[in-house]
Design a binder for this molecule. Structure first.
Ligand code: SF4
Length: 414
């Protein structure tokens, strides 16, 4: 984002991502769950691998432990001659207590602490810039080991002592949604599990939000939303591993009910995320006709509205208690008419859902204007009268460009 450029990152031109195919998938991909086969999922996963994060081994040969699954942690310890129970012990220190220094692991004998410190590291992304808004929203520009950067935002609840941490899943984004500042930054690479979990852990560090010796439990950073930079379902493997770590009851222990994954509509991966992770789902809808959605959310050319809505209808983790959130950014004169509100409720009829109306948050050189308050209210009223909660999201952190759709860094693919 402007003003937080990483010095010295003057890169060669990044590779051109594969073009978005025309509407509809080829016939061989039209089988399996919801009419989309594993072929399509495999293609998405293979493409994600081209943008893999760097390895977790540092230049000095030590290995990063954050981001390893329990099995990987046990295997790493076995390689240095340690028994499996050590993995459980370290998991507790790393993810429950939040320690980054082996010397603070009081249940580990000193000689072993020293041995572990020689071979491993428990890292955090570096907070290159930290800004706190006048409304107490906080934004970090995190710099990772290879110098790439992504932004993370903490949005405190206005009333209670709790809040949401908005995590990034990629550096840049391939999807180029027209209203989104991140979409103007081409995809540099995917973030790894250590970098995704690390954003949350570093945010906890920042608020001293680890269990205290007295047994006080963290409260402020109470939910995770995967709504920062990037499309999480285009980095599914790393996001899934990170979320499994976050949900592990012997560590951070965040319930799947407290995690919301936001997608622009990568339909084949929605099924998989629902089955494997069962987290809450948010869908960036933003338009009710394919013609308009093709333009403002270009992924729609690949997975049009009908397929997207069908995937929402079958999303396994949705229920009346855990409604799917449809995100709808209100763009003046573009998608905010009363006819569009009526079409929206027709589209989502029967889905346990709510609609988040997001006043457009302008960013430098953005092409749109926010809807008027009166138009927001008219739109919201139609949606509410149809039986859907339809809160108008209060923009947060606008003064530090931390609001929805405003995140961006200067990282480029090297
Ligand atoms: S809205 Fe999300 S998916 Fe679309 S360009 Fe922005 S970060 Fe990417």
């Amino acid at each position: 984002m402007p003003g937080v450029m990483a010095p010295g990152l003057v890169p060669p031109r990044p590779p051109v991502p594969p073009p978005v195919p025309p509407r509809g998938a080829p016939p061989e991909a039209e089988s399996g769950v919801g009419g989309l086969s594993g072929v399509e999922r495999d293609r998405i996963l293979a493409k994600a691998a081209l943008f893999s994060p760097p390895s977790g081994v540092l230049a000095d040969g030590r290995r990063e432990l954050v981001g390893l699954s329990r099995e990987e942690l046990a295997a790493a310890l076995a390689e240095v001659g340690e028994k499996p129970f050590r993995a459980k012990q370290l998991w507790h220190w790393i993810y429950h207590q939040g320690v980054t220094d082996f010397a603070r692991m009081s249940t580990v004998a000193r000689p072993l602490q020293e041995k572990l410190a020689e071979r491993f590291v428990i890292g955090r992304p570096e907070a290159a810039v930290v800004q706190t808004s006048e409304d107490q929203t906080r934004k970090w520009l995190f710099r990772f080991r290879d110098g790439q950067e992504a932004e993370t935002v903490y949005i405190p609840d206005r009333v209670q002592d709790r809040g949401a941490v908005c995590l990034s899943s990629q550096v840049g984004c391939t999807l180029s949604c027209r209203f989104c500042h991140t979409g103007t930054q081409r995809l540099t690479r995917n973030l790894g599990p250590a970098e995704i979990v690390g954003q949350f852990m570093a945010a906890r560090d920042s608020y001293a939000e680890w269990p205290s010796p007295k047994g006080d439990t963290p409260r402020l950073l109470s939910t995770i939303v995967l709504m920062g930079m990037g499309e999480p379902l285009y980095n599914y493997a790393n996001v899934a591993q990170a979320m499994r770590i976050v949900m592990d009851g012997e560590g951070i222990g965040l319930s799947r009910r407290r995690i919301t994954l936001s997608t622009s509509g990568v339909v084949p991966m929605m099924d998989r995320a629902g089955e494997e992770l069962g987290v809450n789902l948010a869908v960036s809808l933003h338009a009710v006709t394919d013609e308009l959605r093709d333009e403002i959310v270009p992924l729609n050319r690949k997975y049009p509205i009908a397929e997207l809505i069908a995937a929402c209808r079958r999303y396994p983790a949705a229920s009346n208690a855990r409604r799917i959130t449809f995100e709808y950014v209100m763009l003046r004169g573009v998608n905010d008419s009363e006819a569009e509100a009526r079409e929206l409720v027709r589209l989502i009829a029967g889905i346990p859902a709510k609609v988040n109306l997001i006043p457009f948050n302008p960013w430098p050189n953005s092409a749109y204007e926010p809807s008027t308050r009166a138009q927001l209210d008219r739109f919201s009223r139609i949606v509410m009268d149809a039986g859907f909660a339809s809160p108008v999201r209060t923009p947060r952190g606008q003064d530090i460009l931390a609001a929805c759709g405003q995140l961006r860094t200067e990282s480029r693919r090297g």
